[in-house]
Design a protein around this ligand. Structure first.
Ligand code: AMP
Ligand code: MG
Length: 352
């Protein structure tokens, strides 16, 4: 009897504890947007009591500014601009962020068999992407730019990089992912467990939205970037999307997208958009660009060669008058939903 009373007492105390926790003050929500790294950054966070909205924003905005002083190629004084100006065969020490990013870039370059190339700068310049004035280069010019690509490496310790004089980096396909990973790590150390962190369309989904254990993320319509055509449920992963609609130049009335196919030296065509879900934003960002260039056949091989678990949504044009095809890796079969108003335009298929 005594034992039973003590059991009931313990049970009632446990219930009181659960109720107290359950009735605690609800966590404060904070949603904010600001400009960073030449794009729009946003956060939708559930804040712990120790972190105010303003300090969260200041912390993340200062972080992105620091990342920009390493990776921007629009400013002369950044670490990457200095590396780009370095003369041939000079050995250059790298800061930890640049080293990490270049190592990941090299890895994706290798596994994508060159479709992802962090040295596409000469091609992008040739086609007028930096000048924002497109021009159709000659075959000779394209060959010249391609010859300047890829001539760089680390030394044995991975501390320095040696490059040819003409090899110039553009890490626009991956640096935002690195910045996002750093932001997520800082928010987590500050106690944030639930939040959606957005850097120019690169997302990281921490925990879940209010009352949910995941986030429902919209997938951009590749033919109208102001809208999304599908949703995917995500938690604890990064989501990156690549599409030629994001940045393009117009030459003789034709649009050319900003993702180059290093094999041809021309803007990549054939895929409409790619969304990648991966454990880190850097990987998701790099792979979305790589898969955009590779397309469904080579892309499938790339996915088979990866050690990390990665999920993909690839939109490719349908044949003749058929709807465009939305290829999703098997694990996403139940998690991607095409919105009803898009059902006749996009056809969902499991990508085997
Ligand atoms: P994203 O929007 O992440 O797919 O990145 C596109 C950006 O990556 C472009 O604006 C260029 O700065 C750069 N880029 C273009 N083509 C390539 C390529 N084949 N490999 C790596 N980066 C590229
Ligand atoms: Mg990318």
């Amino acid at each position: 009897m005594t034992e039973m009373r003590s059991f009931l007492y313990r049970l009632s105390m446990a219930l009181v504890l659960v109720l107290l926790v359950g009735c605690g003050p609800s966590a404060e929500k904070a949603t904010f947007q600001f400009e960073a790294m030449g794009t729009v950054a946003g956060c939708d966070l559930e804040l712990p009591s120790s972190l105010s909205r303003d300090s969260a924003q200041t912390m993340i905005s200062a972080l992105y500014d620091s990342v920009n002083t390493v990776f921007s190629i629009w400013q002369e004084n950044t670490e990457l601009s200095r590396l780009n100006r370095a003369p041939a065969d000079s050995a250059i020490s790298l800061s930890p962020w640049l080293k990490e990013c270049l190592m990941q870039a090299k890895e994706i370059h290798k596994v994508s068999e060159g479709a992802f190339d962090p040295t596409a700068e000469p091609l992008l310049r040739l086609w007028g992407f930096y000048q924002r004035a497109g021009r159709l280069p000659s075959a000779n010019e394209i060959d010249g730019a391609r010859a300047a690509m890829g001539r760089w490496d680390f030394d044995e310790e991975g501390r320095v990089v040696k490059k040819s004089g003409e090899t110039r980096f553009d890490l626009g396909a991956i640096a935002k992912g690195l910045a996002l990973d750093l932001a997520v790590a800082r928010l987590q150390s500050a106690g944030v467990e639930n939040g959606l962190v957005d850097l120019g369309g690169n997302l990281f989904c921490l925990g879940g939205a209010s009352g949910r254990d995941d986030w429902r993320v919209g997938v951009k319509d590749p033919l109208n970037k102001a809208r999304y055509f599908a949703t995917v449920n995500v938690t604890g992963l990064a989501v990156a999307t690549s599409g030629s609609y994001e940045r393009f130049v117009t030459i003789d009335g034709k649009r050319y997208g900003h993702i180059m196919n290093p094999a041809t030296g021309r803007p990549s065509e054939g895929v409409l958009g790619v969304t990648v879900l991966a454990p880190t934003a850097q990987l998701a960002d790099g792979l979305s660009t790589a898969l955009f260039v590779m397309g469904p056949v080579a892309g499938k091989q790339l996915l088979g060669a990866l050690t990390e678990k990665v999920s993909v949504i690839m939109v490719v044009p349908g044949e003749a008058n058929n709807p465009d095809r939305v290829l999703v890796t098997p694990d996403l079969g139940n998690r991607v939903k095409v919105l009803p108003e898009y059902a006749s335009q996009y056809h969902l298929e499991v990508w085997h």
